[in-house]
Design a protein around this ligand. Sequence first.
Ligand code: MD3
Ligand code: FE
Length: 225
Amino acid sequence: MAEQLGLEWMDGDRRRRLSDDGLERCLPEGVVWLPRAALGDEARLLLDLDAVLRAAPCRHMTTPGGQRMSVAMTHCGPLGWVSDRRGYRYVATDPDTGAPWPAMPASFQRLAGACAERAGFQSFEPDACLVNEYVPGARLSLHQDADERDMTQPIVSVSLGLPAVFLLGGLERRERPQRVPLEHGDVVVWGGPARLRYHGVAPVAGGAHPRLGRRRVNLTFRRAG
Ligand code: MD3
Ligand code: FE
């Protein structure tokens, strides 16, 4: 049975954890979902997020093809990802101001490190934290994260605010994506064989979150350089 479901790689503990909110979720190898893991120090996390957003406001970048992204983004930590007509790359300064990206708050580093460790990655030290901001209707089309240097390092993602449906595809673009609902406080660690899966976010539905209002904010922690 477990084999048929593709669960043979999971130990009993992890299988229980996946279902401990009563929602069965069968995720591919290398994906570890930690429901509500970001809420342990929620107040601190949201205060620190506010400070980052004040220092480096989210902006809509342009794809190399000239499209304005519906997601607005900014960064903290030594490196930030930028996209413009020249392509994608990681850079140490905010192109809008020429200043370094704001420092990565200690609360962010602690959360990312602790979640990576729960997923089996010791001493994860991210040098980039992407902050994506979605208002209702914003989406992220299917893509791979392949601009980081070391693909043995995981990506840790933290969902905050409005819920979203995450689209988890395969290693090739044509594979039909699985829909994974993510809520405020959920953390997902993507590593190993899942690191290069295609993924995206379905258009965010309307509504308002009690703490973050009419938006979803996603943090992704990466080892980029
Ligand atoms: C699966 N962000 O910033 S995070 C991105 O919700 C991005 O804002 C989405 O995709 C968001 O690049 C999803 C989850 C994520 C990040 C990296 C992955 C999922 C991944 C890498 C491989 C497989
Ligand atoms: Fe991505």
